[in-house]
Design a binder for this molecule. Structure first.
Ligand SMILES: [Zn+2]
Length: 387
């Protein structure tokens, strides 16, 4: 019997040139805390200035918090929230990729709530306390196509001292407004385009094989997988190809909707544990390094679902392993096949500890696999994936 529970309360304005609408769209406040990374790109390419000008046209003031790291950390969530309070900002605007937008969500919580962010999150040493006050409203403006965070409630933050990287979200951490303008993505370099595109792909593939998938989430997932298969290699080869960028941006937003209606699976727990222990590894790179062995394992356990994914990747779908072939082919086309975990400092000997970290911090996702992995099976996947 079909059952589902659907809730995505975000207004999404999608398409080339859509950033201009920031000047006229109804905003959720009068003073934004704009959250960006500590990198140079949003300033260098003029995106920050454009956003500030468009906000001003819309009668909206702003303050900038510009310290967010590629793997965002708790310290910056707390610092950003302090700034939002001090400056009396009434909404938080994440501008950039997943890191600043996720951080904007977490900052929005702590700008209106007491204590420490880790008091509220679940998993690891998080205290899972109820959040007493409504967070500030959140606006997301994406300049990359990877996390899907503009269309889901999730935010992933790392507690550096405790080596815990944990996803969190609830109904009030959906952005109220998201702008997805593929023209802002033409400046993303090829290797990051590939890492981010594969992140989007895995959100949908995992969502499709998760045991809570629904007909609604399946629709998002299969469409996203088709779009990535069609256009990711083109976007990597020529970043200015707006048609390819649009396909990948749409795949990413659909994957976010998939994450809102289904869920990631244990592959993401493992990638987050890898990032918790080795923060220099890009999230997408960790997923790519694990993916071939992960999906090979699940192809044997849930072949019917994975055959559907193979078809969405353009294969006949006679065998689930065709999906693994398609995955490897796409990784080769995008120049990211054979990424080595050891290049980021991961050692073979630490893999059991890494797996234990994944269970301790994001063990919930293991419960959403259609085959429940034993600890030994999980370690086996990581050992085979290790290079
Ligand atoms: Zn991800």
């Amino acid at each position: 019997m079909i059952k589902f529970n659907y809730y995505i309360p975000t207004r999404i304005v999608f398409g080339c040139g859509s950033l201009e609408q920031l000047a006229t769209l109804k905003l959720p406040g009068k003073k934004a805390l704009i959250v960006i990374t500590n990198g140079k790109s949003v300033r260098k390419y003029g995106y920050l200035q454009r956003v500030q000008d468009l906000l001003a046209k819309n009668g909206c003031d702003n303050v900038v918090y510009d310290k967010i790291l590629p793997n965002p950390i708790l310290t910056h969530v707390m610092e950003g929230a302090q700034l939002a309070k001090k400056e009396a900002c009434d909404f938080v605007l994440g501008l950039g990729g997943g890191s600043p937008i996720d951080s904007a969500k977490s900052i929005a919580i702590m700008a209106t709530n007491p204590g420490d962010y880790w008091d509220y999150i679940s998993g690891g040493t998080g205290k899972a306390m109820p959040i007493p006050n409504r967070p500030l409203p959140i606006v997301a403006i994406t300049t990359t196509a990877g996390t899907g965070t503009e269309a889901d409630p999730w935010t992933v933050i790392t507690h550096q001292d405790r080596q815990e990287k944990i996803g969190f979200g609830y109904d009030l951490t959906y952005p109220t407004l998201s702008i997805v303008d593929p023209e802002l993505m033409v400046t993303v370099p090829p290797h990051l385009t590939a890492y981010q595109g594969f992140d989007a792909l895995f959100h949908s593939c995992e969502g499709f094989i998760a045991n809570i998938a629904t007909p609604v989430s399946d629709g998002y997932a299969l469409q996203a997988v088709k779009l990535v298969a069609k256009s990711l290699a083109k976007a990597v080869a020529n970043g200015k190809d707006l048609e390819a960028r649009t396909d990948v941006a749409l795949a990413n937003t659909l994957s976010g909707m998939n994450e809102s209606t289904s869920s990631c699976t244990s592959e993401h727990s493992l990638a987050h544990a890898t990032g918790a222990l080795h923060p220099e590894i890009p999230h997408g790179a960790a997923l790519i390094a694990i993916s071939e062995e992960y999906f090979k394992f699940f192809a044997a356990k849930v072949p019917d679902r994975i055959k559907e994914l193979a078809k969405a990747m353009g294969k006949p779908g006679n065998s689930a392993l065709e999906f693994v072939d398609a995955l490897v082919e796409l990784q080769k086309q995008c120049g990211v096949y054979g990424l080595k975990l050891s290049d980021y400092g991961v050692t073979y000997d630490e893999l059991p500890a890494l797996v234990d970290n994944a269970y301790a911090t994001m063990g919930g996702l293991f419960k959403l696999d259609r085959h429940t992995l034993s600890r030994d099976e999980t370690i086996g996947i990581m050992q085979r994936a290790f290079k």
